[in-house]
Design a protein around this ligand. Structure first.
Ligand SMILES: [Zn+2]
Length: 110
């Protein structure tokens, strides 16, 4: 594996990967904390950094069917959540391009 160049976020409210502590997002990017991930609570983020995306696939959630991609930490390759690519329900279209990150996969950087 080559050398990784990770983005370093500034400010006091940065969330990191629980496994490798790579910076993932600023608190200001949180749109909602009222989401459900695969294994519990999850946050909806407008944007995250230091991630790569899995292949697109259709998944059915409580709120409808979506085309999503897994969101993977670039530094340790943990799956931390998913990104909504396309909503098949018009009312849920605001989620498109946004990121769900499992609460258990992130923590506040110290
Ligand atoms: Zn990581």
């Amino acid at each position: 594996m080559g050398k990784l160049y990770l983005t370093h976020l500034g400010g006091l409210n940065v969330y990191c990967c629980t496994k490798c502590r790579a910076h993932l997002a600023n608190k200001e990017e949180i749109i909602s904390k009222q989401f459900q991930g695969r294994s519990g609570k999850a946050y909806l983020f407008a944007s995250v950094v230091n991630v790569c995306l899995g292949d697109p696939e259709d998944r059915v959630f409580n709120s409808g069917e979506y085309n999503v991609r897994d969101v993977i930490c670039l530094a340790c390759l943990s799956i931390i959540g998913w990104r909504y690519e396309k909503s098949y329900e018009e009312t849920q279209a605001y989620k498109e391009g946004k990121y769900i990150v499992e609460k258990a996969k992130i923590l506040k950087c110290k």
